[in-house]
Design a protein around this ligand. Structure first.
Ligand code: HEM
Length: 431
């Protein structure tokens, strides 16, 4: 079996009330494959690049995805489905998310970016304070909403969909941990959660009804219309599954990009020279500038991969890096810990975007860098996400610098890793 973290260390961690990531950090120090007893059986943590590749890319049939946590919100959508239904759903959506597929949403991404840029221009002119994280969340939600429905995000929908952030924040960190909240407050948490889920369902219901009526919105038909068209000839696409797929794309399609952009601005605030570095890399619109901006994103995703913990479940006995893994074992892959392995990434805590521009600096092994996961279940929206983040940053970075009034000092490792607190700032024009 893999080396196991001493029970006394687990006790100390429990007593200290620390976050799971701290405990898992101690497990990863045991090696690329380690174990820790969180319940009656050991949970195996896989952080070594080769072992990560083995679990996610080579043998997804032996290590199946665990989606208990997300199912509450996204039902049987492609993120949480498994087996043959997942294969069918993934195949159907895949074409929409290739380079050609997302080109259709290019205009919408640009519109959403212009809107955020206009808001920051207004803030810069008037000196009005704004919340950087909130603005970037609005951008990410506006982008996916337009792409799905053909409508720009309106204030009421934005307000209702704030429920998504609340539900995601309440999702348990691991498949086995209880949802956030102390037991006495559990009932209140659950009823708030039910109310939030009802708000999300109502928005999804309206959007689907409108699309069915042929309302394509000012931007033209969106992904939701495509999905409804495809579904007409496929009986498995019940109303419920269409709702689940829509909510899946809304949730997976904006919380992750929103948090990445927020982390990027917080990192640039701490390391301002990298903004100048990216701007000096090339003229506006040049490939060199684009590469540099993408390197800022890649390095942010290395330090703060939003999906920091990917739970799997071993369904058959296996040998992993020479260690025996029994069927029935819970297995965690952690992009966050893999990305901070000093063996792959020298001085791993340092923000250094040149890791992604200077040839030879980046580890060659596939499993060493996986913000979007790996293998068959890797992120469906990778190209979409990279595109939208690049487009908005190419507009915002040369034009504005947020002067934060305060910045969160810690990270919360929930379902998604997020900054612990608001990000109020005054926006300064750069030129
Ligand atoms: C899956 C990360 C943006 C849709 C995943 C997974 C990761 C990930 C790590 C795999 C989870 C696992 O293996 O357990 C990210 C990051 C993003 C991002 C870091 C942005 C910075 C998006 C966007 C969309 C999207 C924009 C949609 C428009 C999905 C879907 C899945 C997924 C549908 C499930 C795929 C499947 O199970 O077949 N994402 N994602 N993601 N992502 Fe993303």
């Amino acid at each position: 079996p893999p080396p196991e973290l001493d029970a006394s260390v687990v006790e100390q961690w429990r007593a200290s009330g620390g976050q799971l990531v701290e405990l898992l950090g101690l497990v990863s120090a045991l090696g690329g494959v380690g174990a820790v007893r969180l319940g009656p059986r050991p949970t195996v943590l896989v952080t070594g690049a080769q072992a990560v590749q083995h679990v996610l890319a080579r043998h997804p049939d032996r290590y199946v995805k665990r989606s208990h946590r997300a199912r509450m919100l996204v039902g049987d959508g492609v993120l949480s489905a498994s087996g043959e239904p997942w294969r069918r759903q993934r195949r159907l959506l895949q074409a929409q998310f290739t380079g050609t597929g997302i080109r259709r949403y290019e205009q919408r991404i640009a519109e959403a970016a212009r809107r955020t840029s206009a808001h920051w221009a207004e803030c810069a002119r008037t000196g009005r304070e704004t919340d950087v994280g909130e603005d970037l969340r609005f951008f990410a939600l506006d982008t996916i909403w337009r792409s799905l429905t053909g409508h720009p995000l309106d204030a009421a929908t934005h307000r209702e969909l704030a429920a998504i952030e609340a539900v995601v924040a309440a999702l348990p960190t691991t498949p086995t941990a209880p949802a956030a909240g102390v037991p006495a407050a559990q009932a209140a948490v659950e009823s708030a959660l039910a109310a939030d889920l009802a708000r999300i369902d109502a928005v999804a219901g309206h959007a689907i009804a409108a699309a069915r009526r042929g309302d394509a919105g000012p931007d033209g038909p969106g992904l939701l219309h495509v999905l409804l068209d495809l579904a007409t000839s496929r009986p498995e696409y019940t109303d419920r599954l269409i709702r689940d797929e829509l909510v899946t794309l809304l949730v997976a399609g904006h919380e992750t990009t929103a948090k990445t952009l927020a982390w990027l601005y917080l990192l640039l605030d701490r390391h301002p020279r990298w903004t100048d570095w990216a701007m000096a890399a090339g003229a506006e619109g040049s490939p060199a500038r684009r590469d540099a901006v993408q390197a800022l994103v890649s390095e942010t995703l290395r330090l703060y991969p939003p999906a920091w913990l990917l739970p799997r479940h071993a369904v058959e006995d296996d040998v992993l890096d020479g260690f025996r893994i029994e069927a029935g074992t819970d297995v965690f892959v952690s992009p966050y810990l893999t990305h901070r392995d000093p063996g792959s990434w020298p001085d791993p805590d340092r923000f250094d975007p040149e890791r992604f521009t200077v040839p030879g600096r980046r580890p060659g092994q596939l499993g060493a860098y996986l913000p979007f996961g790996l293998g068959a279940r890797a992120c469906l929206g990778l190209q979409f996400a990279v595109r939208e983040m690049t487009v908005v940053l190419e507009q915002l970075l040369p034009a504005f610098t947020p002067a934060f009034r305060s910045t969160p000092s810690a990270a919360v490792f929930g379902f998604i890793v997020r900054p612990d607190g608001p990000t109020p700032a005054v926006i300064r024009a750069r030129r």
